[in-house]
Ligand binder design. Structure first.
Ligand code: C2E
Ligand code: CA
Ligand code: CA
Length: 537
């Protein structure tokens, strides 16, 4: 059957999606988590490097402060002390004194004067400040390694400088990189970069290298750290090992749940279809008492399902399943067929009420009007007053279209009743939007009746509202003499419930109708509940 095949294909697709979805979500979140981890590691590595560089800068400036003791002293007197100080402190390539633009003396080159630009192999930066520091690619003495120079100019044309070997920073970068694949680059005052690592960290086809830059708040010092895609992949692999087995278990569970759910769905559909074909459904009829005529003036048709093992399936369950599985339309058509066959044997007066429960989906269906008109045509000889019982829920969607359909059917002599009135969470405005004929008060409100004289506020208001809207009222689920009398006294015309008669199969109903259909309900013993024998079950 192509419809069933389509459903099965759809089920297979849903199961596959429910299996794959947790895995995709897992992959997505592990990727996010890996990025986050790599970023955290970058931040931590960059901050470690920055603090190391700040510590070096601190000792450079401390050194310069110490050198100020040699202010106004000739180079020849301080030369030895400069050499001693420089050799005692780690990091330093050299320290020295400036006079005007020239290096007056230096721990490395002695007292041979020379220009600063000859030592640092570039022009001194123009900062306008008395303090400055600069990273440089090389010096004349050590042309293959970078360095950082710190300069303090004094007002009388003298100055002191200290130079840190970039190798210390590079060694530090190497130590960090023993566990990671980063490219580091560090600058003092936008000078030459002091760098370590492979500068050609290539973007793989899937991942971009991650770049992170940090700046010192204390010195003009910045660090740029590039993590290679392999870092990201390694971090990803690590979280995947933890998350993916869980995602896989979740995915299997979800697939099993889905398969189970779909299996039940498909089997409800199949079961209902099979039950229609093998004639397991029957229409039962529950008589309605007419207080004005004092006899039975109609019935409500209620569907019953008896499985081959003799068990009945509860209507609220199979009707709900049929609605959920898109089977309510074929099921209602089947019910109409059953009714049309049953009523052929009925001996009823013209205008006997025949109420049919109409589900929301059927009402929305394009064939609804045709279905009902065909049904009416089949049973027209009996001159029934067909009543469509709708719930408030069915009126919410497509209001204008539904109103049009109902008008058309009312024009053909049918009546419209609101079933289970007061139980739907729908605004009362539909009472004005739709032209209605009957209002069936839900059993819940009837159950609230406690005494004949007392008030039952909600029920009383509903009855009053119906009178004002000129709707006929039917009390549903009336089970006791007290409830019966209460409604009768308040002018409720129609009464339905076990007190008057239970739903019966066709044969039992025909017998009941002949025996009790024209009998009035005696109400003299109103304080004795259930005085009247129950209708046939
Ligand atoms: P409903 O339309 O409100 O039908 C009245 C229900 O109340 C019926 O239950 C009936 O057996 C039960 N009932 C009648 N008098 C009494 C009473 O005095 N006391 C108590 N406790 N119950 C009483 P049933 O037949 O089990 O149907 C349950 C619901 O299933 C119906 O509620 C209706 O919503 C739905 N249903 C039944 N047959 C059909 C059908 O052919 N089509 C559609 N769409 N729904 C149906
Ligand atoms: Ca009903
Ligand atoms: Ca009802």
């Amino acid at each position: 059957m192509p419809l069933l095949k389509r459903k099965r294909d759809y089920a297979r697709l849903v199961i596959i999606i429910s299996g794959v979805l947790p895995l995709i979500i897992g992959i997505f979140f592990t990727a996010l988590d890996a990025r986050h981890t790599v970023r955290q590691q970058q931040v931590s590595a960059a901050n470690t490097l920055l603090s190391q560089a700040e510590r070096m800068s601190d000792s450079a400036w401390d050194m310069i402060t110490e050198l100020r003791q040699f202010q106004h002293q000739p180079c020849s007197q301080i030369q030895n002390q400069l050499q001693r100080i420089a050799s005692l402190n780690p990091y330093f390539r050299g320290v020295g004194k400036m006079e005007e633009n020239r290096i007056a003396c230096s721990s490395a080159y002695g007292a041979e004067p020379g220009f600063l630009k000859d030592m640092i192999l570039r022009d001194a930066p123009v900062t306008g400040k008395a303090w400055w520091s600069l990273s440089i690619a090389r010096t004349s003495g050590v042309p293959d390694r970078p360095a950082v120079i710190f300069m303090r100019d004094l007002p009388d044309g003298e100055g002191f400088w200290a130079m840190i070997d970039g190798q210390y920073l590079i060694d530090f970068m190497r130590a960090i990189n023993s566990t990671h694949h980063y490219h580091f680059s560090m600058n003092f005052s936008d000078g030459a970069p002091i760098a370590f690592g492979n500068p050609q960290i290539a973007a793989s086809s899937w991942f971009e290298p991650m770049i992170y830059q940090a700046r010192s708040t204390r010195y003009p010092l910045s660090v740029t750290l590039i993590a290679s895609p392999s870092e990201l992949i390694a971090a990803w692999r690590q979280v995947m090992f933890i998350i993916m087995p869980m995602a896989a278990i979740f995915s299997i569970l979800l697939m099993m749940l889905m398969a189970n759910w779909l299996q039940r769905r498909i089997s409800w559909r199949d079961e209902i279809r099979r039950a229609i074909n093998s004639d397991q459904f029957r229409a039962h009829y529950q008589p309605v008492y007419d207080n004005r005529l004092q006899r039975c003036s109609g019935v409500e048709a209620l569907l019953r399902w008896t499985t081959p093992d003799g068990n009945g399936v509860r209507p609220d369950i199979f009707i709900g399943a049929a609605e959920a599985e898109g089977m309510i339309v074929p099921l209602t058509r089947h019910l109409l067929n059953l009714i049309a066959e049953d009523v052929m044997d009925w001996e009823v007066k013209p205008h006997f009420h025949l109420a049919i429960n109409v589900a929301a989906d059927h009402l929305q269906h394009p064939d609804f009007v045709d279905d009902m008109l065909q049904f009416a045509e089949r049973i027209k000889d009996k001159q029934f007053l067909i009543t469509l019982e709708l719930t408030e829920r069915s009126l919410i969607k497509d209001g204008a279209e539904v109103a049009r359909k109902l008008e058309q059917l009312r024009g053909c002599g049918m009546k419209v009743a609101i079933d289970d009135f007061g139980t739907g969470n729908c605004s009362l405005s539909y009472l004005q939007t739709f032209t209605l004929d009957y209002l069936k008060i839900d059993r819940g409100f009837i159950n609230a009746i406690e005494s004949l004289e007392g008030r039952t506020p909600v029920l009383d208001v509903i009855i009053q509202l119906s009178n004002e809207l000129e709707l006929e009222v039917l009390g549903e689920g009336v089970e006791s003499a007290l409830q019966f009398s209460y409604l009768q006294r308040r002018g409720v015309v129609y009464i339905q419930g076990y007190y008057y008669a239970r739903p019966m199969d066709n044969k039992a109903f025909i017998a009941w109708l002949a025996a009790a259909g024209d009998q009035p309900v005696e109400q003299e013993q109103e304080h004795v509940p259930d005085a009247r024998p129950k209708g046939t079950v």
